[in-house]
Design a protein. Structure first.
Length: 366
């Protein structure tokens, strides 16, 4: 029975780590955004690690895949199980912290392919922790499946393939797009809230200064406030999360007006997306004006999309000779649309027809 439980744990943990790692390796930039969220406020407040988020993301996801492979084939089992144990203890701490303090809504364990609530993520990690502890206590039962030379070939080949995949997706786009802005999806439909969808339940707490002391009152207490109470603040706490459409916080702002309803009706709309123009890749930005002219010659309306300030937009337009208008949108929404900075998206009345990295402009079907 001990051997059966150990081998089941070995297969389950190995396969899950490989799947989880490959999903994140498909989109390491997306995972790096999640790590940056942990590094910033209000989580751990260690902003000096934010610039290293992508490097750490690549290391972690490749390590997940390789350790999963090593566990399945029984390669260096002591090192493998120790590494898995340290990794899952770290992840369990992160997911517990996220869930208990409600600071990160999605751990990013399976990228955009599968969204888990903070407590679901923590539960998943606890199960994995138990299984890995079983492996740790029964290390002698984890025997190699092949002779050493074959084990070496499988392990090193896995490393090379993971590194090749990482380089590919960083210089192009994720191989599989799990995001709500994938090709074929319609943005307007993605923003719709179905009739009868559950609404959020929010408890409001009102703070009034009473006799010089800040005092909290519920909504029911407002009709019986003490004389002379002065309003100070209001705090909202979400009791039950309502339906959130797949696409939200999407705007096309210009001169304090939102033009998305108008622009998303365009049959030939080309969006050049740079969530932050100050860190956009120079080589990519230098191609954008030629693309603008080529697209306009074929009847496209060309716009830029960014979260940068008006001053930064004007500096970029001057630096790169850009003649198209920029509209602004929430940075997180723009990062969700595309990972490259800049990148190109073609829309037909709000339906996404094509998305390309700035390295692949020649693949655009204009």
């Amino acid at each position: 029975m001990k051997n059966i439980i150990t081998q089941f744990s070995r297969i389950f943990v190995g396969i899950l780590f490989i799947i989880s790692g490959l999903i994140k390796l498909n989109d390491p930039i997306g995972f790096s955004y999640k790590l940056a969220e942990y590094f910033g406020e209000p989580v751990f407040n260690i902003p000096f690690l934010v610039p290293a988020a992508l490097s750490l993301a690549l290391f972690l996801v490749i390590a997940e895949v390789i350790l999963g492979v090593m566990l399945l084939i029984g390669y260096k089992s002591t090192f493998t199980i120790w590494s898995l144990l340290l990794m899952i203890v770290f992840f369990t701490f992160l997911t517990f912290y996220s869930a208990y303090f409600d600071v990160v809504k999605d751990c990013g364990c399976f990228g955009d392919a599968l969204k888990l609530t903070p407590w679901e993520s923590f539960t998943k990690d606890v199960v994995l922790l138990v299984l890995i502890v079983i492996l740790f206590l029964n290390k002698k039962l984890i025997q190699p499946l092949f002779e050493k030379s074959v084990q070496n070939v499988i392990t090193y080949a896995s490393i090379v393939l993971c590194m090749f995949m990482a380089v590919w997706v960083l210089n192009h786009l994720p191989i599989i797009d799990f995001r709500p802005f994938k090709v074929g999806n319609n943005i307007q439909k993605g923003m719709e809230i179905p009739e009868g969808a559950p609404k959020s339940v929010v408890a409001m707490t009102f703070i009034y200064k009473v006799n010089g002391v800040d005092t909290e009152f519920s909504e029911d207490d407002l009709m019986n406030l003490p004389d002379g109470a002065e309003f100070v603040d209001r705090k909202d706490k979400v009791i039950t999360e309502g339906y959130i459409p797949p696409i939200h916080d999407f705007t096309m702002m210009k001169d304090d007006s939102d033009y998305k309803d108008e622009l998303l009706l365009e049959p030939k709309l080309l969006m050049i997306i740079s969530y932050d123009l100050t860190i956009a890749e120079v080589g990519g930005m230098e191609k954008m004006e030629k693309l603008n002219q080529d697209a306009k010659a074929k009847g496209y309306k060309v716009i830029g999309m960014t979260n940068s300030s008006l001053d930064e937009i004007q500096k970029a337009q001057k630096k790169y000779g850009l003649t198209f208008d920029y509209y602004t949108c929430d940075a997180i929404a723009l990062k969700t649309i595309e990972r490259a900075n800049p990148s190109i998206v073609i829309l037909d009345k709000g339906t996404i027809k094509q998305k390309v990295h700035h390295n692949d402009i020649e693949d655009l079907n204009l």
